[in-house]
Design a binder for this molecule. Structure first.
Ligand code: ADP
Ligand code: ASP
Ligand code: MG
Length: 750
């Protein structure tokens, strides 16, 4: 016998249900099976919402309920042939009449007890399983509907009832014996000894299936859902998540406990007790391998999966009374337990001065009150401080049995988090070494999951997220280079480069999946006005791992935000010289930030374009060399101009030509003034360890004085003609000395 469970996601529409019924019929030909169904997708949630609304006196529950009825009637009409529909349609209508009455009662009383809520929720599974039984019958199967309330006995812990296995096992065996045929059982619901309806906890249908499997000694339990199995991380948050072929019960339990919703955590205990293998399979990919959960730990990776749980509140309990006093911890936990509050994580430092516990968001305040009530005297005497609570946290956990006695997992974990600027508030590792958990800000959760996933499962692969400001001549060329190299980088360097943010001086645009830059890129069709503040906010909000900010502008304003970018642990790559050649104070402030964080600041192209001058200089300085003198031709534009001058052309013509060819700035005076060269030598001087300001550099401008104030570039070029003879004279003088004309920068004796 196999127990086969289909979740709501597998029966979301008539088309899906038909796929499910095909699988069921095919299976029942080969093996003895019994089926467990959840409610149709989303139904439990709507019923729960209706309860809340009715209780709050919101009459809007009525249209919600009507829509739900419609959904069920449609399911029946699509899944059961006309000649057999009457009975099922009547069943649906009768049940909705009852539901209407119930909700009306809640609405009038403005009260919905947990017991009433369980009863309302139970309609979901009853409706789906009954409809599907009839649908199977009409396909010729000898199907029998079993309401699990008659076979699973629980206590009266409504909403999360505890199973009485002894009684349930006997009831299940008996019911299976006396009902020949293909059994179709409702998931999620059960009843007390007094016949009150209970539920096993949200997502509890998996558990129902496990309970049946153990009672019947089934050879296996199959959980059919909408993903390819248990995955290395939540596939909704980590696009590159991989299916885990094999897992141990304990690993699956840990992963599901910390949020891997694909199986309900309690499912594992009965299966483990009876050593029943659990298969997780995809309804939409039935031939896929899926995941096998058994006693055996899967081999290979140190960490098997990463899971996360959001909506967590952290409580910090602190004070002298916790030190050395045996039993203080016990009092903390007992106080919380009195409120039936589940503790997600505990962490205590060896100083024993503080204990930190994580609970789910809704319980934070109550937990604080309970603890403070317990320690009321200690708080009065100052032996204990007020309990602090921090909301908006998430727990992220790396799970794997192979972590045992294999050092390195926590190193990898915390390094990946640190590199991505993710702050950790508390850490816990069980001595079983099965799980390392960290409490982080909820807003960092997706980034953290992806960073850890990359570190543990794709350690040979990396995704780089690039934000590029300045899509001008240089920016566009860079995009072309990236595009041309993209495939090779991915294939040979295992590096996936995604350009996720772009801006020029007017517009900006973002795309988390990466822009298609194959044919260049234009921001013309974008309507988001560029604002540097907003651009940086987007970089923070998108919160992607491995982020690089590329500044291809020459803007002072952009350069002035580097410090904040680096502080957010995003790397910077730039040819923009402004940051490194501004005031010494700013230069040193930037160095300080770089020293503190992990993010790199790369500006090799600030000086000498593609020649590795800055890196070489840095290496020389680090290894103890002293720079005595630097002498360099540092301006490509000026170099072109003077080379052409040597060829016999007049100076004004040469400048005009250089400008037309795009070798100068739009206004050639920006090059001829020598300021750009001065910035470059200043950067080299600073890299050599000298504390110089821009004003310390003596610059001989190549812009004749009477042309400096010309209004337009054309006017400047005309005025320049008068000076052609002067430049010719300089060239002749140089030639007479066996020299040539070049615009040089020299750093000498500091
Ligand atoms: P069902 O309706 O079949 O019970 P659920 O929605 O309860 O399905 O669970 C399946 C979903 O669990 C998947 O669609 C997936 O989005 C989510 N999920 C979260 N974490 C994981 C994980 N580690 N592996 C697989 N699925 C996960
Ligand atoms: N229908 C129930 C829920 O949504 C149980 C389940 O789906 O497993 O919580
Ligand atoms: Mg589920």
């Amino acid at each position: 016998m196999k127990i086969v469970k289909f979740g709501g996601s597998s029966i979301a529409s008539p088309d899906f249900v038909n796929k499910v019924l095909d699988i069921v019929i095919e299976k029942s030909k080969r093996d003895g099976i019994a089926i467990v169904f959840s409610a149709f997708a989303g139904v439990t949630e709507v019923l729960s919402d209706c309860c809340k609304m009715a209780e709050a006196g919101d009459i809007q529950y009525q249209p919600q309920l009507k829509a739900l009825e419609h959904k069920h009637l449609n399911m029946v009409k699509s899944l059961v042939p006309v000649q057999n529909q009457t009975k099922v349609l009547t069943f649906v209508k009768v049940n909705f009449n009852e539901l209407e009455g119930l909700l009306q009662g809640i609405f009038l009383l403005k009260e919905c007890t947990k017991r009433t809520r369980d009863f309302v929720l139970s309609f979901g599974e009853r409706l789906s399983a009954f409809t599907l039984t009839e649908s199977l019958k009409s396909r010729g199967e000898k199907a029998v509907f079993i309401d699990s309330r008659s076979i699973i006995r629980t206590d009266n812990h409504f909403g999360n009832a505890k199973v009485d296995f002894e009684t349930s096992n006997a009831l299940i065996v008996e019911a299976f014996k006396s009902n020949p045929g293909l059994k179709v059982v409702t998931g999620f619901i059960a009843s007390t000894a007094h016949g009150e309806t209970t539920t096993l906890g949200r997502s509890g249908s998996d558990y129902t299936a496990a309970i049946l499997a153990t009672a019947l000694g089934a050879e296996s339990l199959e959980i059919w859902t909408d993903v390819n199995g248990m995955m290395t991380a939540d596939p909704r948050l980590v696009k590159k998540a991989l299916t885990i072929p094999e897992l141990s019960y304990i690993e699956a339990l840990e992963l599901s406990h910390f949020g891997a919703k694909v199986v309900f955590p309690a499912t594992m205990q009965p299966a483990m007790r009876k050593q029943i293998p659990v298969h997780i399979k995809n309804t939409f990919n039935p031939t896929g391998e899926g995941t096998l959960i058994s006693a055996k730990a899967g081999n290979g990776t140190l960490v098997r999966g990463i899971s996360s749980m959001k909506g967590v509140t952290l409580l910090n309990i602190q004070g002298a009374c916790l030190m050395d006093v045996i039993g203080a911890g016990k009092r903390v936990f007992e106080a919380v337990a009195r409120g039936s509050i589940n503790i997600v994580l505990i962490s205590q430092a060896s100083s024993e001065y503080s204990i930190c516990i994580a609970v789910s968001e809704g319980e934070g305040k109550r937990a604080k009150a309970l603890i403070e009530e317990e320690f009321v005297y200690e708080i009065k005497t100052g032996d204990m401080e007020e309990v602090t609570i921090s909301k908006g946290k998430a727990v992220i956990a790396a799970v794997g049995e192979n972590m045992k006695q294999h050092p390195g997992a926590s190193g990898t974990m915390f390094q990946a988090l640190g590199e991505n600027n993710i702050n950790i508030y508390a850490i816990a590792q069980g001595s079983s070494e099965l799980n390392i958990s960290a409490v982080i800000d909820q807003q960092d959760m997706t980034k953290a999951l992806n960073a850890l996933h990359e570190a543990f499962f794709l350690s040979d692969r990396k995704v780089l997220h690039i934000y590029l400001v300045g899509v001008g001549l240089i920016g566009k060329t860079l995009l072309k280079m990236i595009s041309a190299q993209q495939e090779k980088l991915q294939r040979e360097n295992l590096l996936e480069v995604k350009v996720v943010g772009l801006a020029n001086s007017r517009f900006m645009d973002f795309n988390e999946d990466g822009f298609n830059i194959a044919n260049g890129f234009s921001l013309d069709n974008t309507h988001q006005k560029m604002s540097l503040t907003r651009f940086r906010e987007m970089m923070n909000d998108m919160n992607l791992s491995n982020t690089v900010f590329v500044d291809c502008t020459a803007s002072e304003e952009v350069a002035s935000c580097y410090q904040q970018v680096l502080e957010a642990n995003m790397a910077i790559v730039t040819p923009n010289k402004k940051a490194n050649s501004s005031s010494l104070e700013k230069y040193h402030a930037l160095r300080k930030v770089i020293g503190k964080g992990n993010a790199r600041f790369l500006y090799e192209t600030n000086v000498a374009a593609g020649l590795p001058v800055i890196g070489t200089l840095q290496d020389l300085i680090v290894s103890g060399d002293k720079v005595l003198r630097i002498e360099a031709v540092l301006s490509g534009s000026m170099n072109y101009i003077f080379s052409r001058l040597e060829e016999g052309l007049p100076f004004s013509e040469v400048v005009k030509e250089a400008r037309e060819k795009g070798f100068t700035e739009p206004d050639p005076r920006d090059d001829l003034s020598g300021a750009d060269v001065a910035r470059k030598i200043l950067i080299l001087a600073r890299e050599s360890g000298l504390s110089l300001e821009f004003s310390d550099i003596e610059v001989e401008s190549m812009v004749p004085e009477d042309t400096a104030s010309a209004e337009s570039v054309d006017e400047f070029l005309t005025l320049l003609e008068v000076h052609n003879a002067d430049f010719q004279k300089r060239l002749d003088t140089a030639r007479n000395e066996g020299a040539t004309l070049r615009f040089m920068a020299t750093l000498d004796k500091g």
